[in-house]
Design a protein around this ligand. Structure first.
Ligand code: FAD
Length: 145
């Protein structure tokens, strides 16, 4: 297996309900578990940012399926790199809806998504690298990195 991390940005194609989010999360957890994929999905201001971790062939083909999904559009890969470890080893998929989270520790993630949508940097780093750094050092996530 060649462990890689793929991160993409996409725009929700309509106003999604909490039921939509739950459906996406349930299917993702079920499928990703059988594919050996871990990761996290973030949502803010109508934008998704998703991290997929797993074998490069598996995550590329999973991404090709996800990008066809009508619930989002304008999908673009912003990061695809080999990884020595999984940052989200605990989650087959986790979802953080930043519009619902009031905790200031999530402010940096809002900045990450905003920077990704305008192709900018966050604290001098690409949004994808900043995102992975935030979670690599978050002990709650029991990162294997
Ligand atoms: P099925 O069993 O065929 O369908 C699963 C469920 O999803 C069904 O209840 C179906 O009604 C519903 N569904 C499927 N497509 C739509 C649609 N266009 N509109 C409304 N409901 C629909 N899948 C993963 O496997 N892993 C992921 O990490 C993942 N991340 C996603 C992230 C985002 C932002 C989005 C929008 C989708 C994601 N998906 C993910 C879902 C993916 O796009 C496919 O719908 C799913 O992989 C199909 O799996 P299946 O064939 O087992 O599903």
């Amino acid at each position: 297996m060649s462990l890689h991390q793929l991160i993409y940005l996409s725009k929700a194609s309509r106003a999604l309900t909490s039921v939509d989010f739950l459906e996406i999360l349930e299917v993702a957890k079920r499928n990703n578990a059988s594919l050996g994929v871990t990761g996290s999905l973030f949502y803010n201001g109508g934008w998704f940012l998703q991290v997929l971790e797993g074998d490069v062939t598996v995550i590329n083909s999973l991404y090709r399926r996800i990008e066809q999904d009508e619930r989002h559009q304008q999908s673009q890969v912003i990061f695809l790199e080999p990884a020595s470890c999984r940052v989200f080893s605990r989650w087959t998929m986790n979802m953080i809806n930043l519009e619902k989270e009031r905790d200031s520790k999530y402010d940096i993630l809002v900045d990450v998504i905003k920077a990704a949508t305008r192709g900018g940097l966050v604290e001098g780093l690409s949004p994808a690298v900043k995102l992975l750094k935030v979670f690599s050092s978050d002990h709650l996530f029991h990162s294997a990195c």
